[in-house]
Design a protein around this ligand. Structure first.
Ligand code: KG4
Ligand code: ZN
Length: 363
């Protein structure tokens, strides 16, 4: 590895416009020099979800100022950077094009290498922003668009073990929260409502329990919760339902992860067993606690990124870019924006159910 690398990261694939500067030292030590996230929540809230056209316009309007703030906070100028890393997909293509084009312009103007980063690879390395977690590790990536178990062997070397056959976990949180009348984004709102609720007050379906493989399914839970939401009127019952939904999602994530851990441990006999959970849903306390318990029971170490790096941010994109640059990997300036871009393309193609679904190729 060369001397230390200082990389500007750009993230615009959904509803956060983010820029960050991250330094990766030759010994692998990571320093986040700045991480600025401009959220568009207020722009989308009236519509109850992300509106792609509004998102793209908001990225265009703010990326300049957010990047300037990231450099200022880091105390650096463009001339002191070693490279630029921009999310090139998967995500809303209008937004991806904004960040990627901005990154290309910076790279061209400053003669810097460009790395077109897969957003999921960003989430995959996000826990490494704050802790020294060597490869390989078992990863549960749970966000608004994705829910998958991956074996991460090294930079860009991910093997997908399982994915959702319908909704992503964050999507389930968001949709169920909506039926409970909670504001967007639903996950954090549902977690707040669940505080003090009694999860045992409702029985919810346990999809895929004991079933072979490592896939997930949340549609049955979503339907059952929507039906129950119509029957609850008082606040204590709403709190109980929120707690039951949260527990049911956490339980399924833990059950499927538990199975993957057994298989992973068999393949990695005699080696350190590491488990990482990442993505927006990893910010959920109940989900974290349940997965930590599962990891401990299976003899795995447990890591989750600090909350600020669970949800979308550009520090994780900068680090994913820096790790590639350290290996001499960069991309041409005509690198395309890819609205669909599975991390493990081979697994996605081998199992068409995961390719043609609405969230398929992404999930
Ligand atoms: O990683 P992320 O910011 O964006 C994607 O790449 O999808 O994840 C956003 C998702 C949303 O579905 C949001 O509701 C969920 O993560 N989320 C949570 C929590 N914080 C964010 N879900 C449950 N509990 C939370 N505390
Ligand atoms: Zn994300």
């Amino acid at each position: 590895m060369t001397a230390s690398l200082t990389v500007l990261g750009l993230e615009t694939s959904c509803d956060e416009t983010a820029a960050a500067v991250v330094r990766l030292d030759a010994d692998g030590h990571v320093t986040v020099l700045s991480s600025i996230v401009g959220t568009q929540i207020a722009d989308h809230a009236p519509y109850g979800g992300v509106v792609p056209e509004i998102a793209a316009r908001a990225h265009v309007e703010t990326i300049d100022a957010i990047t300037a703030e990231a450099l200022k906070t880091a105390g650096l100028s463009y001339g002191e950077l070693s490279g630029v890393a921009a999310t090139a997909g998967p995500g809303l293509v209008g937004g991806v094009m904004v960040g990627l084009s901005f990154g290309k312009a910076v790279a061209l103007a400053r003669g810097l290498p460009l790395v077109a980063v897969n957003h999921l690879e960003g989430h995959a390395v996000s826990a490494r922003l704050a802790a020294d977690i060597p490869y390989p590790f078992l990863l549960l990536l749970v966000s608004g668009g994705h829910c998958q178990l991956l074996e991460v062997a090294g930079v860009g070397a991910c093997r997908r073990l399982g994915t959702t056959i319908d909704d992503a976990a964050g999507e389930a949180f968001d949709k169920i929260a909506k039926t409970l009348g909670l504001p967007y984004p639903g996950g954090p709102a549902l977690e707040e409502l669940a505080v003090g609720g009694d999860a045992s007050a409702f029985t919810l379906p346990r999809a895929l329990l004991g079933r072979d493989g490592f896939d997930f399914s949340f549609s049955g839970l979503k339907t059952a919760a929507a039906r129950l939401a119509e029957t609850v009127t008082d606040e204590p019952a709403r709190k109980n339902l929120a707690a039951a939904v949260q527990a049911a999602i956490a339980r399924q994530l833990a059950e499927r992860t538990d199975r993957a851990m057994v298989a992973y441990a068999r393949r990695h006999e005699g080696r350190s067993l590491r488990f990482v959970v990442a993505g927006g849903v990893a910010a959920n306390g109940a989900v974290r606690a349940k997965l930590k318990e599962t990891a401990e029971a299976q003899g795995f170490s447990f890591d989750a990124p600090p909350l600020a790096y669970c949800t979308d941010n550009a520090a994780m994109i900068a680090l994913a870019g820096a790790e590639r640059l350290a290996l001499g990997i960069s991309d041409p300036l005509d690198a395309p924006a890819r609205p669909r871009w599975p991390l493990d393309a081979a697994a996605a193609l081998a199992n068409p159910i995961h390719v043609h679904g609405r969230k398929g190729a992404k999930a």
